[in-house]
Design a protein around this ligand. Structure first.
Ligand SMILES: Nc1ncnc2c1ncn2[C@@H]1O[C@H](COP(=O)(O)OP(=O)(O)OP(=O)(O)O)[C@@H](O)[C@H]1O
Length: 344
């Protein structure tokens, strides 16, 4: 039985758009995250995919409580992440969820040694590693991520991009977290190095039973690691499903377009996938289109798409909507492809 470790419901983060230098006036809102719901099960990877500006990083920042949500809720092991908490609940939440950031060049302090960087979380949480044991623990962490433990006194600039990302991963592991939010952790790396870092994340997941929220702009990157995928467009999830549902039976036109741009290594498979070129950029999240937000770039769009926002729901063959289930494959499109009959 799958057990959910994190339950996110209707999460919203709007940033005010202000005008004026002295008397700031709010003239609108950037709807970066606009009603996102999902469950993360223990030990699984949820891939979160969408183009730049879809709200993925904002979602990560809110989940890490680096940004306060505008509304919505998230329960971590049953504890309300954004509500009032005891000091102990706050400490354990801070330990249990960690983040790995995209850019291994800017996310590490260049003036600190690797030992200081990886051991930094112990300063705030000394209960995890007492002072006398820290050096040993840091070296153990370096070893776990495939770095030489003897390089503990080196500085970030003495490492390659892939090695620096390993340092970031070691730091994230220091407090023995349960969930790691990986915000585009391989996007800045060469393709060959990307595979190594992805493999490492997979091994660490098996070894430590970690759950990942893995953010990427490319469906190709997350496939290998993801059990389930949520596709985001302009602050909303437009389709979620298992790896097989999303990659083999995509229902939403946006997912189909993202998939068509993923390179297919096997030439015999290439013709099976039609190339879909999306026109234009993602519209501004400060003034999203009415109805379906994707309609301005969608080849299936008709009048109803401008008038009625499609619900994220499981769509049955007859066109009616069904409640989402664990095996369900919800999508938010009036003309979503319905190529499955599974519903329980
Ligand atoms: N602090 C902020 N103030 C105002 N607007 C913001 C802020 N942070 C993000 N945004 C806006 O929110 C929207 C979503 O940004 P976000 O970085 O979450 O998207 P993303 O999908 O992660 O894109 P990228 O991959 O480029 O980081 C963008 O339009 C961005 O400009």
């Amino acid at each position: 039985m799958t057990e959910s470790i994190l339950q996110v419901r209707n999460l919203v983060k709007h940033f005010p758009v202000q005008q004026g230098v002295v008397f700031k006036k709010t003239i609108g809102h950037v709807r970066a995250v606009d009603g996102v719901s999902f469950d993360l099960n223990r030990g699984e990877t949820l891939g979160v995919v969408g183009e730049s500006g879809c709200g993925k990083s904002t979602l990560a920042q809110v989940l890490m409580r680096l940004e306060q949500p505008t509304s919505g809720s998230a329960l971590f092991e049953g504890v309300d992440m954004f509500g009032k908490k005891s000091a102990e609940q706050l400490r354990s939440l801070r330990r249990d969820m960690q983040i790995v950031l995209q850019d291994p060049y800017t996310s590490l302090n260049p003036r600190k040694t690797v030992g200081d960087i990886v051991g930094e979380p112990f300063e705030i949480h000394p209960e995890v590693a007492p002072k006398g044991d820290r050096q040993r623990r840091v070296q153990e962490l370096l070893d776990i991520v495939g770095l030489n433990p003897e390089h503990v006194r080196r500085y970030p600039h003495q490492f390659s991009g892939g090695q620096r990302q390993r340092i970031g991963i070691a730091r994230a592991l220091a407090l023995k977290p349960k969930v790691i939010v990986c915000d585009e952790p391989v996007s800045a790396l060469d393709v060959s190095i990307q595979a190594q870092v992805m493999n490492l994340l997979g091994e660490l997941q098996s070894e430590f039973g970690l759950s990942y929220i893995f953010i990427a702009h490319d469906l190709g990157v997350v496939r290998h690691l993801s059990d389930r995928v949520a596709v985001m467009y302009l602050g909303k999830v437009v389709e979620t499903g298992t790896e097989d549902q999303i990659y083999e039976h995509p229902q939403h036109p946006y997912t189909q377009a993202l998939l068509s741009s993923v390179p297919v290594p096997d030439p015999s498979l290439r013709n099976r996938r039609e190339s879909i070129r999306l026109s234009g950029d993602v519209p501004s999240p400060a003034s999203p289109p009415s109805g379906c937000r994707f309609r301005t770039r969608c080849w299936k769009a008709r009048d109803i798409c401008a008038e009625q926002e499609p619900e994220l729901a499981v769509r049955l063959d007859g066109g009616e909507l069904a409640p989402d289930t664990e095996q369900g494959h919800p999508s938010a499109c009036h003309f979503a492809e319905r190529n499955e009959h599974v519903i329980s």
